[in-house]
Write a protein that binds this ligand. Structure first.
Ligand SMILES: [Zn+2]
Length: 72
């Protein structure tokens, strides 16, 4: 089914619409404006920061420090 991505020109809200009828009027889900523009359909929405899967300080949390007090 055709899923289109729109962006509101008034408030900037981005949203997806499942268009069942091509004559259907698309309105902004946020402000109800009809002043919306169709965007290119993309996969993987929500992972736009590109930093997924990176562990922060993976090797720094052990018992190498004498002050850790957990097992030394
Ligand atoms: Zn809007």
């Amino acid at each position: 089914m055709p899923l289109y991505e729109y962006e509101c020109s008034d408030c900037g809200e981005g949203f997806e619409v499942l268009v069942l009828d091509s004559d259907e009027t698309i309105k902004c889900v946020s402000c109800d404006s009809e002043n919306v523009g169709k965007q290119f359909s993309t996969f993987g929405l929500g992972g736009s920061d590109g930093n997924l899967g990176i562990s922060e300080g993976e090797d720094s949390g052990g018992c190498s420090q004498s002050s850790c007090g957990c097992c030394c």
